[in-house]
Every structure is written in C-alpha cells, then in structure tokens.
Design a binder for this molecule. Structure first.
Ligand code: SF4
Length: 369
C-alpha cells in the first residue's frame, strides 16, 4: 500500500527543530517573496524569526484567501454520536479511564439531534464519536449515515481510523469527508499520551489518510493537537503529510484544523502553551504556503480570536457546537469531549460574519443521488 511512512522517515524531529529555531531574517524575506512556496518556505514561515513579520504575513494570507475562496465562510456543526471509547488518551474527556457514564445515540435520538441542527440552519454536519469498535463500528455508522443523508447536503466524519474497504463503504453511503488527526508526529511522545488501546499504534494512525485517499473520499482533514508538543515542529510534519497526500491523491481536497488543547473532565494540562499570536502565525504560514488549503476554525477558540480570523485566512468554521452525544436536545448533561470557548448561537456567528463583510455559507455542495 502507498504510505506516508517512507517520506516521514526521511526527516528527524530534532533536525527540523534546529532548522526552525535558526531561521534568519534574510530567509524570511526570501520565502515571503518567492512565487512558488515549498516545504522549506513553510518551515521558515513557522519560525520565531518570521513572527516578527506577522503583519505582512497576515496581509498576504488575507489577499490569498480572498483570491481563492472569495469573502466567504463555510459553516458546519458537529453531531456527537457516542462518547464510548476503548482508548486511553490522557488529554481527552472520553478517555476509557475516565469513570463517567457513557452514551451512544439511538436512531431516534440521532434524528432528534439532527432536527435541532436543521432548525439552526445547519446543512453541513460532522459526525463525531469516540473509538469503540464493538458498539460504534461500521454498521452503526452506515445506519446513522442512511438516516442523515436525506437531511444534510454534506456529511463529514471524525471517528476511529477505519480500513480502506470501510472508508469506501461510508463514502458510498454518502460521506464526503474524513477528518483524522495524528495528534503529534513525535513518535515517543505520542506513546506517552496514548498508553492503551488501538490508538497507541502510531504507524496505523499515520497510514490512515492514505487509506482514506485510496477509498476516493472527496476531502481529507488533518491536524495536530496543539499543546502536546512544540507546535512549530509538529505543524511542519503535519504540512509535510498534507504535501505528500496532495501529490499522491491529487483529486482529493484537503483541510487543516488547529485544535488547541481545551479543559475537559479528568485531563492533563497542555505541555506547550500556544498564544493567540502564535496561532495566527501558524494559520498565515499555512495559507501563504498553500493557497488551496481549507482552513477550519473550531469553537475551541475564543470569540475575539474567531472574529478576527474570519478575514485573515479561515475558510470554514464550526458554530454553536455541543461536544457531547445528545448535547443539543437529547441529553445536554452527558459527558463532553472538551469545553467549547465560543458559545454563540449559529445566528450570532452568521451576523458576525456579515458584519466583517463576509458571507456565511450554509450549503455549497449537493449530491445528485
Ligand atoms: S481522543 Fe479519541 S480515541 Fe482518544 S479518548 Fe478521546 S475519543 Fe477516545
């Protein structure tokens, strides 16, 4: 099977770290003004030295985003199907060792939650679950997708890594996109954060986007959990992964998300703090490096940051999100994955987008079947 592993093994964490922290001002000037940007330029734009050119980077990111995507923001909301999980991840509220009551939505409950999202005007939905193959496996997903397909223009999933055949099956059932985050590309550190369960297999997770690409999905979303390791180095590897996928599965679209570690029941504190200014630099670096990339901002981020990022590189935003199964109407008190920061309603977010001079998009995609 085609795999990112080979490319990944050509790079060493420590040497990438050293290169990022030794970038000079002349390197930044050169990378900013090159017509076609490479991975080396992305590395330069991530550096502490480049942060001194943040204003110029923000201007370039704004211009490139408007040129490629217009003044639009695509809106979506998550629908959490289950918080059951067979993994221990030390940063997640759903971790198996978190001794709290679990919930998996029944078919009726899925439709009740879907009704609440439709009432808010949601047309693009992201189905999320913990990783519990026995109760929330392929059959469960296919049933949920069949129920939801007639009601939503676009369905994405963020669930446990599946096999290529399973990705093909969910795609045939109507899933357009798969989001799968490596969390961190530091292999030793990855093992510490994922001590138990299938997710502790670093290589299997690393190969997951390849299986999605081979199954022919329309879009793949990647990201790292910002706060586990040095965000600059982790983001270099995440971009390297996207670069490889774009060249290998060139008919697929790509998106990047920026989950910053948020509080949740029973979880660890971040090891590395990422300030708002750092996140802005990272978003601008991605945009300048890759003008086609969708850039997705979740409700983990605070209102002020989200208001600003609308015009500085974002293309997609979640809104009014509940991160627990049944969170909209069925069981608002169930265990949540993490606390959201921006709790404004869908209408409030739409109004903010209009106020910035952008257009909120609830549906830009439809299926013919
Ligand atoms: S991050 Fe995913 S796999 Fe890990 S505990 Fe949370 S839901 Fe389970």
């Amino acid at each position: 099977m085609q795999s990112f592993q080979k490319k990944f093994q050509e790079y060493r964490w420590d040497s990438i770290h050293e290169r990022i922290y030794n970038v000079g001002h002349a390197d930044v000037r050169r990378s900013l003004h090159k017509t076609k940007k490479t991975m080396d330029d992305f590395l330069v734009l991530l550096s502490p030295t480049a942060s001194q050119s943040l204003e110029e980077m923000a201007y370039m990111a704004q211009r490139l985003t408007q040129k490629r995507f217009g003044k639009t923001i695509q809106l979506f909301a998550p629908l959490y199907l289950s918080n059951e999980c067979q993994n221990i991840c030390t940063y997640c509220g759903f971790s198996m060792d978190n001794q709290l009551k679990r919930k998996t939505l029944s078919s009726i409950e899925i439709m009740q939650e879907a009704g609440a999202l439709k009432a808010m005007g949601v047309n693009h939905v992201l189905l999320v679950s913990g990783e519990a193959n026995k109760t929330v496996g392929l059959d469960y997903f296919l049933k949920a997708i069949k129920l939801l397909r007639p009601h939503f223009a676009n369905i994405s999933i963020e669930v446990q890594p599946l096999s290529q055949e399973e990705y093909y099956a969910v795609h045939q059932a109507g899933v357009n996109a798969v989001l799968v985050y490596q969390e961190t590309y530091h292999e030793e550190v990855y093992k510490q954060y994922h001590p138990k369960g299938k997710k502790s297999n670093f290589a299997f997770r690393l190969d997951t986007p390849d299986r999605v690409g081979q199954a022919g999905l329309h879009k793949i979303g990647l990201g790292v959990l910002l706060g586990l390791e040095d965000w600059r180095v982790d983001s270099f590897f995440n971009a390297l992964h996207i670069d490889y996928l774009q060249k290998t599965y060139w008919q697929t679209k790509y998106s990047v998300s920026f989950p910053r570690l948020r509080p949740a029941e029973g979880i660890i504190e971040p090891n590395f703090i990422m300030e708002d200014r750092d996140l802005l630099q990272l978003i601008c670096a991605y945009r300048i490096w890759n003008p086609d990339l969708e850039i997705s901002i979740s409700t983990r981020e605070n209102e002020k940051f989200r208001n600003h990022i609308i015009s500085l590189g974002a293309t997609t935003m979640s809104a009014a999100s509940k991160t627990n199964p049944g969170g909209y109407v069925v069981d608002p008190q169930s265990l949540e994955q993490f606390e959201t920061s921006d709790e404004r309603s869908m209408d409030e977010i739409r109004n903010v987008i209009y106020q910035v001079g952008y257009e909120p998009i609830m549906k830009d995609w439809d299926n013919y079947w």
